[in-house]
Design a protein around this ligand. Sequence first.
Ligand code: NAP
Length: 336
Amino acid sequence: MSDAKHIAIAGATGAVGEELLNCLAQRKFPIAKLTLLASARSAGKTLPFGGEEIEVQELTMNSFEGVDIALFSAGGGISKQFAPAAVAAGAVVVDNSSAFRMDEGVPLVVPEVNGEDAQNHDGIIANPNCTTIITLMGLNPLHRAFGGVTKIIASSYQAVSGSGASGILELDAQLSAIAHGEPIPDRQVYLHQIANNVIPHVDVFTENGYTKEEMKMFHEGRKILHVPDLKASVTCVRVPVHRSHAVAVTAVFENEPDVDQARKAISAAPGVEVRDEPFADPPIYPTPLDTTNGDDCLVGRIRRDLVLDNALTFWVVGDQVRKGAALNAVQIAELL
Ligand code: NAP
């Protein structure tokens, strides 16, 4: 293979697909050919890339001939159906869905945390859940600094673009109706009105009362950090924000943590920055607007936890379409 690759994007017209195109262009990924794939609905549309308009093709079992790297962002069902065909055609799949994340032999990779795992694949590498990636970007430097993390308690504040392009449309339609004194339009995405509201329900409920999204942090955190007995209790909440997830995290470590050392450890880590000056005027901490369209995750509100021993509490924010999905996938492709 030459350095320049034939890249395919399955789900090119979606929220993550659009950002994959941005990341590939901005990072000047060496591309010999770009194949854009989506449903039959989008076949024939064009998307701009590198000054050209590229036609979108319908995703089929025969879409992957000659493809070196296939970036999948069309949902778990599509990944399950088509990723094996891409691998059989000789491509390496980087999958944004949850279809293969916990499978034996499928590395689950955040390049800044466990990039070395990407080399041990059988054709499929999984991108972790977006909330998990953002949490671990803040947590991993502390995990390294304080002898290993043993427990996490976290609450997420998740943007509507996490539900795809349709989440943004639903929030905006409701906000517009409210602004014009009109009835709220029929809901398609969320069970409850999301405008002027927060909904403590992301993904489906599992038997233990936690949602699948909440259990992803539990299972995926163990796999990525290589801490098989890590415990995590997570509450995921959808908030009326367009973009960037925020997570309030309390983490317990093997060793006694120190706030100044924590700030230094995070500052020294790649892909994450500290914005934490509670006594500045005005106080400094990151918000979702600060990370939107940005690469780095931002951490603030770092403090000793007042309830648990050996624990820190902090706030981490990141653009979940970018670092939580597209950027992370392109970084994995770069590792290949
Ligand atoms: P989205 O905006 O709804 O886009 C879905 C994409 O999948 C579109 O390109 C769509 O094509 C394509 N698609 C749907 N049905 C298809 C079919 N039968 N055959 C081929 N393509 C089909 O969703 P998204 O937010 O980008 O999410 C995509 C994946 O990334 C999901 O697995 C999601 O869980 C994951 N993810 C999303 C985020 C996020 O923040 N949004 C973060 C991390 C991971 P058409 O336009 O033709 O329908």
